[in-house]
Design a protein around this ligand. Structure first.
Ligand SMILES: Cc1cc2nc3c(=O)[nH]c(=O)nc-3n(C[C@H](O)[C@H](O)[C@H](O)COP(=O)(O)O)c2cc1C
Ligand code: SF4
Ligand code: SF4
Length: 259
């Protein structure tokens, strides 16, 4: 029995989850959607895991597209882990629906509350809070691993009804089409060293250096890798992010994002 886990991540939490699940299962192949891996890369696996962040109370665009691209009627065992900062909302039922439309069953899907990377709202959480979140998420992974190892049904986490209706049902649908253009709020300040890291790690190829400074091209996925991994802290999103502590998963480097 072989498990492949596809991960999509902005700041490494979903890769952390994929790695930890791999360890709990005694080994899994990790495949980066940031690097454009496709389902054909999981040849030989009888179980497919999906690890991704919750974005605006639903699936990030790249994971939604990947789920929609899966081969109809794929009879393999599917499970999902949705990294979030406390509001998983209707993300997993959304994924279940996309897969069901393809005749694929999502056997297990659960949220993992991990440190928030949504810097327009807040900077990095205090170390103690981060540690508590990692410990609770690890316990959740350890509890789910035997279910996945035995290819059993473990249920789908739904999130509260009000979140499903208001946030996933309404706010997500309003925001989703606007995501590619949300990069108009990014800018780089004078502390930019022209290192090029932001352009190198952007999963969408949305950034190019013009005159030594990043320029965004309107096909953003809002993963926030650029602003969070910039070694100079030079990237801002609107006016709220200046001076806020950046966050990325402490066990994941920029080089890790693309596998
Ligand atoms: C654009 C965006 C939207 C987000 N929306 C939500 C959300 O709706 N609910 C939530 O709990 N966390 C939300 N978050 C926080 C992330 O889901 C969370 O920090 C996650 O662990 C990040 O995973 P990653 O490091 O793999 O990208 C959002 C983050 C981003 C960048
Ligand atoms: S990662 Fe930061 S310092 Fe490097 S080019 Fe991008 S904005 Fe400039
Ligand atoms: S521009 Fe930044 S936030 Fe948008 S997809 Fe690229 S790395 Fe992610």
């Amino acid at each position: 029995m072989t498990t492949a886990i596809f991960y999509y991540t902005g700041t490494g939490n979903s890769l952390w989850a994929a790695r930890r699940m791999s360890a709990a299962l005694g080994g899994a192949r990790l495949l980066s959607l940031n690097a454009g891996r496709t389902i054909t890369d999981a040849a030989g696996a009888d179980a497919i895991g999906l690890a991704f962040p919750v974005h605006m109370w639903g699936l990030p665009r790249r994971m939604a597209a990947f789920a929609g691209s899966l081969p109809a009627g794929d009879g393999r065992y599917y499970f999902a882990m949705a990294a979030n900062a406390g509001q998983v909302a209707g993300t997993l039922p959304q994924l279940r629906g996309i897969l069901a439309a393809k005749g694929i069953k999502l056997s297990t899907g659960f949220g993992l509350e991990l440190p928030s990377n949504y810097i327009p709202w807040e900077g990095a959480e205090p170390a103690g809070k981060q540690a508590r979140r990692f410990a609770a998420a690890q316990a959740r992974i350890d509890a789910a691993a035997p279910v996945i190892a035995e290819r059993r049904d473990g249920g789908i986490e739904k999130g509260p009804l009000w979140q499903r209706l208001l946030l996933s049902g309404l706010a997500y649908k309003l925001a989703y089409p606007k995501v590619p253009g949300m990069d108009s709020s990014f800018s780089a300040d004078d502390t930019c060293t022209s290192c090029g890291l932001c352009a190198a790690i952007c999963p969408a190829g949305d950034i190019e250096l013009r005159g030594g400074r990043p320029a965004w091209k309107g096909r953003c996925e809002q993963c926030l890798a650029c602003i969070q991994f910039c070694p100079a802290g030079a990237i801002q999103f609107g006016r709220s992010t200046r001076g806020r502590t950046r966050y990325h998963n402490p066990e994941v480097s920029a080089a890790d994002l693309k596998g």
